[in-house]
Ligand binder design. Structure first.
Ligand SMILES: [Ca+2]
Ligand SMILES: [Ca+2]
Length: 127
């Protein structure tokens, strides 16, 4: 193989994380490389979707406020962190309400489609 050459491969979908064998074939033969590729566990979420139903609605800031002040645990801290400042606070509920009813800024990415958190922080990810 020379620099600049391309390798094409087919990567099958896998729902569980873990290492898998990679089989490499060329015109001279083939070889298997055990644990040569690792699938990571990456969960997608929708920013602002505090109740994790994959929709942004009035129930999300209500869920955030309820959990903050009446107790309980967020099912996805990152989703509840509407402004993506690495903390879930009353300002997240306010931002979501502002977006939904006052034309304020939307939740931080990933929004309006689910995705991954591009800004690492100390919040627990989504299960
Ligand atoms: Ca929701
Ligand atoms: Ca926040």
């Amino acid at each position: 193989m020379q620099s600049g050459q391309r390798i094409a491969f087919l990567m099958p979908r896998r729902d569980e994380p873990g290492a898998v064998e990679v089989r490499v074939e060329n015109r001279y033969g083939s070889t298997a490389l055990p644990d040569a590729f690792t699938y990571l566990q990456v969960r997608t979420f929708l920013r602002g979707d505090s109740n994790t139903d994959l929709r942004l609605s009035i129930t999300d800031p209500i869920h955030t406020l309820y959990t903050l002040f009446l107790g309980g645990a967020f099912s996805c801290d990152d989703a509840s962190d509407s402004d993506d400042d690495g903390q879930v606070a009353i300002t997240d509920a306010i931002r979501t309400l502002g977006y939904l009813y006052l034309g304020g800024p939307p939740p931080a990415p990933p929004f309006p489609a689910p995705g991954i958190d591009e800004t690492p922080d100390g919040l627990a990810g989504c299960p």
